[in-house]
Write a protein that binds this ligand. Structure first.
Ligand SMILES: [Zn+2]
Length: 315
């Protein structure tokens, strides 16, 4: 029985091959007439310090730099509130009250022709808890020399110090460094980072706040944290992610109580207004958010819940 089927199949195949052979020239030419397939963008290697996802056709990954703990003493977060206020909020969200944890994770995005890095981590400035970006990028399969574009949200150490190596050389020697004009001016005036500013100056390309910078990356003017602080809207096809820089720091405090003041905001009332607007707008539109200080990997969205907003992390 088995033999009979095989024989029949062979006969059928042989019969089918005849017309194919007769049409051989057309069959060969057909693929040439089709548009060449778009080159596949290589995926990042996921791991404990690399959370890979996609934005439309593009590849993206949160790459862990590390993080730090702050005492829950109203000197950093919620400086206009009491410890009892903060404890109640943290407890209601199932978080410990002894310390406040902030993560640090830059974002890397690979397109057909670019490797884009959003912020560069703290290097050695946060102690041993941070400065892991070079190792995390390597784990993701990204060579530092292959990074084409860096987008800096603002000039604080945990976002810019990874621009240079411990020897003061450029950590990403082939990358253009995009910084808003006002933020770059503030960095140039900051005498604590003179060596870094000197090293990156030949690579810096400033942009007007809110400008389209490269195809698919638009600056988003989010005021209050530092002069020229910029978010970035990253768009591929019909999908987008908003990189929010330091518009918000803590995934519970900054989101559920956007008016609680954080010591790092240079202009607290403006920063609070920016937080409220961003929460309202992005919750209404369902905007996907990347927050470099929220718990790793920091990708998710905001949702309205009763009279406040909550962070909903992507799994
Ligand atoms: Zn920061």
């Amino acid at each position: 029985m088995r033999l009979a089927i095989s024989t029949s199949a062979f006969v059928l195949a042989a019969a089918l091959s005849l017309p194919l052979a007769a049409c051989a020239p057309e069959a060969k030419e057909a693929p040439v007439a089709e548009a060449p397939a778009a080159p596949a963008i290589a995926a990042f290697t996921a791991g404990a310090d690399v959370h890979a996802f996609t934005i439309g056709d593009w590849r993206a990954a949160a790459v862990r730099d590390g993080g730090g703990e702050f005492p829950n003493d109203n000197k950093t977060l919620a400086i206009n509130k009491t410890k009892a206020d903060v404890d109640a909020l943290l407890t209601a969200n199932g978080l410990p009250t002894e310390t406040l944890s902030l993560s640090i994770q830059p974002l890397v995005v690979r397109t057909t022709d670019k490797v884009m890095l959003f912020d560069t981590g703290a290097a050695a400035s946060f102690g041993p808890g941070a400065g892991k970006l070079p190792a995390s990028l390597q784990a993701a399969g990204v060579d530092a020399g292959a990074v084409t574009d860096i987008f800096i949200s603002h000039g604080h150490g945990d976002h810019i110090l990874g621009l240079v190596t411990v020897d003061g050389a450029l950590a990403f020697p082939n990358a253009a460094v995009h910084i808003s004009g006002p933020q770059w001016a503030a960095m140039q005036a900051d005498t604590t980072i003179t060596a870094l500013v000197t090293a990156v100056t030949p690579r810096v390309a400033t942009f007007e706040p809110g400008a389209d910078i490269v195809p698919g990356v638009k600056g988003v003017d989010i005021q209050g944290h530092t002069p020229g602080h910029s978010g970035y809207l990253i768009t591929s096809g019909d999908q987008s992610v908003l990189f929010i820089g330091d518009t918000m720091h803590h995934s519970v405090i900054s989101v559920q109580q956007p008016d609680w003041t954080i010591a790092f905001d240079g202009d607290a009332p403006t920063a609070q207004a920016s937080r409220n607007k961003l929460l309202t707008d992005s919750a209404a539109s369902g905007q996907r958010i990347f927050a470099p200080h929220f718990p790793f990997p920091g990708i998710g969205k905001f949702e309205k819940k009763d009279d406040h907003f909550v962070w909903v992390a992507e799994q």
